[in-house]
Design a binder for this molecule. Structure first.
Ligand code: ARG
Length: 401
């Protein structure tokens, strides 16, 4: 009896997930391996990937177009949450994992599988995101993780695959480990492992080098409705289109690069390079519009929620009770977040230069220093007396010593 009869394996077409197919069958006695490749806008051709899984011995090779769901159900809530892990990383890889987990679970249920599998190693965050999300969605399913257990080096993995007709990577494979989807690219390993090494230009694919960006600034206007981006330069656009157009525009000005040391959940610090032009701009613009349309206390309180939310998503708790409760809070705040933010792109910078909104709480005749000022200046005196009273009392006591 093997570890499972029938398994749905998350499949990318790479060597590791390809080797998982014969490994599951031959080493772990799995009868049927069904692979599942999800299109999240990573730009790979999926038909060759589908065929590759069959060639490696998959019984069935599923390809699912999930881009729309990825943007609507994962990226958009993250924008409303202004979600930035450690204040910088817009979670572009992290957000994809709970969606892939959901697709795996749905396929396992549909095809009567008793387990799902993924090719993550034991050092990263992704294994946590998959395992916990799968457990949350169907606690009865087993999760098989060959690459976490097989202990083969890269060379051994390739050699194992060759025995089962899995072609070794043609060109000398890149020293980098890259994850990509419509939201961005995550690049690590190789020369980047030395935190002092400046990333070579070759790591970037969505953003231009500053030397190659236009010498004229470009303005973009992003329109939001209830906290979600709906317009680009005055044109109403579907979510996926909006994201990809904004990626192209911002990337052409070299906007969207991040170079950071981040803290993984498993305790390891890692050096990560990200490209996420549209996500960074959308979060920046959305946050600006919140300052314009939400009351001060909601804005301030929400900052704490956002920090917790970002950690939950990074740490694999997308489908968890606290995350669901925070979603409810965030949703409740978004109805008034409408309007347009104007951003100037130039030489790697994206600077907000204007905003307008029908639902703004900004009040000209209170804010103005001009003649039409309606603020009651005398009222300030009594307010400050009461506001500062505890501090005044404390200072007097301290003096008496
Ligand atoms: N550190 C990022 C995260 O945990 C990205 C990891 C992506 N994987 C890669 N092969 N670069 O979300």
């Amino acid at each position: 009896m093997g570890r499972a009869e029938r398994v749905v394996l998350a499949y990318s077409g790479g060597v590791d997930t390809s080797v998982c197919i014969p490994y599951l069958k031959n080493e772990w006695g799995v009868k049927d391996v069904i692979t599942l490749a999800a299109d999240l806008g990573q730009g790979d051709e999926l038909e060759p990937i589908r065929q590759k899984a069959l060639d490696a011995g998959a019984k069935e090779s599923l390809v699912i177009d999930a881009i729309e769901a990825f943007i609507q159900e994962y990226a958009f809530p993250a924008i409303q949450a202004n979600a930035l892990y450690e204040n910088r990383y817009p979670l572009t890889t992290s957000l994809a994992r709970p969606l892939i987990a959901k697709l795996l679970v749905a396929a396992a249920e549909k095809y009567g599988a008793d387990a799902v599998a993924h090719g993550c190693t034991g050092k990263g965050n992704d294994q946590v995101r998959f395992d916990v999300s799968i457990a949350a969605l169907n606690p009865d399913l087993k999760v098989l993780t060959p690459a976490r257990e097989w202990g083969m080096s890269r060379e051994e993995t390739i050699a194992y695959g060759e025995r089962f007709g899995i072609p070794s990577p043609v060109k000398k494979s890149s020293p980098y480990s890259i994850d990509r989807n419509l939201l961005g690219r995550s690049i690590e390993a190789g020369p980047l492992e030395d935190p002092w090494n400046e990333p070579l230009e070759e790591v970037y694919a969505m953003t231009k080098a500053i030397a190659d960006t236009p010498d004229q600034p470009e303005y973009v206007e992003i329109g939001f409705t209830a906290g979600l981006p709906t317009h680009l330069n005055g044109m109403e656009l579907a979510a996926v289109k909006l994201l990809s157009q904004l990626n192209a525009i911002a990337g052409s000005h070299g906007v969207g690069r991040i170079d950071m040391i981040e803290n993984r959940l498993v305790g390891i610090k890692s050096r990560e390079i990200y490209e996420a032009p549209a996500m960074l701009m959308l979060i920046q613009a959305h946050r600006d519009l919140e300052s314009f349309t939400l009351t001060a206390d909601v804005t301030h309180y929400k900052r704490g929620i956002e920090e917790t939310y970002s950690q939950l998503v990074y740490n694999g708790l997308w489908y968890s009770p606290l995350k669901i409760a925070l979603d409810a809070f965030i949703q409740q705040t978004q109805a008034q977040v409408n309007g347009t933010v104007r951003i100037k792109l130039f030489k790697g910078t994206a600077t907000i230069v204007g905003r307008k909104s029908e639902t703004s709480l900004y009040t000209d005749d209170l804010a103005t220093y001009g003649a039409n000022d309606t603020f009651d200046h005398k009222a300030a005196e009594g307010f400050i007396y009461v506001w500062g009273l505890p501090t005044r009392i404390w200072a007097e006591k301290m003096r008496q010593g």
